[in-house]
Design a protein around this ligand. Structure first.
Ligand SMILES: Nc1ncnc2c1ncn2[C@@H]1O[C@H](COP(=O)(O)OP(=O)(O)OP(=O)(O)O)[C@@H](O)[C@H]1O
Ligand SMILES: [Mg+2]
Length: 242
């Protein structure tokens, strides 16, 4: 069972991809939990299952074994429709390659999401939170990689998600830009946490899950400040170990 207070929890989570005779065990019995407001960094090398893990937690993919709970509700029992509702109402997802619409401005890319959300912030407010108010009318091609990444973050936070998943938020960026993106994420973590507490029906601040490097297999969790979010309070580094 999910413990009271966890916003998300997994038990024995497994994912095996099969195509013909080929089998890839991407996740093997992962036990994980995060509290509301927690900033968690997932560490593991290429191919260790980080994206697979985030995709299942974000309701974009399904597990082959084990369970996932969101605030005590078992996601692994939900229908396709229930998962769609979970993604729409509670989840913000920042993809590795941003997935911005090239023919829409930064503001319009954010507005795409706020138009269907239950209690969104204004698109301008979301862009302001990531330091991009001055770039609102730029198209993705007119933005640097780090700026495009921040538009993607603004789009994910604009609907005030309870959970924000970021797959390799700094992977494609140089280190200085990567640090700026991480700073934007930590600022957004505290800013939207405070805001979310005021929203009826969503009393918990967001939990953040971000990726990193490490090794695949069964997972264990350790708590405390660690690179890349060194010194930040309430950071949980989740390292996958073989
Ligand atoms: N749709 C799929 N079909 C078959 N195998 C897959 C599929 N998606 C991922 N895999 C395999 O599952 C394993 C985990 O992949 P995943 O993308 O989760 O790794 P990752 O840790 O995110 O890697 P990276 O750091 O390179 O992004 C890999 O061995 C990959 O080849
Ligand atoms: Mg990945």
């Amino acid at each position: 069972m999910a413990a009271a207070g966890d916003i998300i929890r997994t038990a024995g989570l497994g994912k095996t991809y099969r195509s013909g005779a080929l089998e890839v065990q991407a996740l093997r019995s992962v036990d994980f939990a995060a509290s509301p407001g927690e900033f968690t960094v997932i560490l593991g090398p290429s191919g260790s299952g980080k994206s697979t893990f985030l995709n299942i937690l974000g309701g974009l993919d399904t597990a082959t074994s084990g369970q996932v709970w969101f605030r005590g509700q078992e996601l692994t029992r939900l229908s396709e429709r229930g998962l769609t509702r979970y993604r729409r109402d509670y989840v913000g997802f920042v993809f590795q390659f941003y997935n911005l619409v090239p023919s829409l401005t930064a503001l319009e890319n954010v507005a795409l999401v706020t138009e269907i959300a239950r209690d969104p912030m204004r698109p301008e407010e979301a862009l302001d939170l990531v330091g991009l108010a001055a770039r609102r009318d730029h198209f993705p091609a007119q933005l640097s990689g780090g700026e495009q990444q921040r538009v993607a973050i603004a789009r994910a936070i604009a609907k005030r998600p309870d959970l924000l998943f970021c797959d390799e938020p700094t992977g494609a960026l140089d280190s200085a830009t990567g640090i700026r993106v991480l700073e934007a994420l930590t600022e957004v973590n505290s800013a939207t946490g405070a805001t979310t507490r005021r929203v009826p029906g969503t009393p918990c601040p967001p939990a953040f899950l971000g990726p990193g490097r490490g090794r695949g297999g069964t997972a264990s969790a350790s708590h405390g400040p660690a690179d890349p979010a060194e010194g930040q309070e309430n950071v949980n580094v989740f390292q996958q170990v073989a």
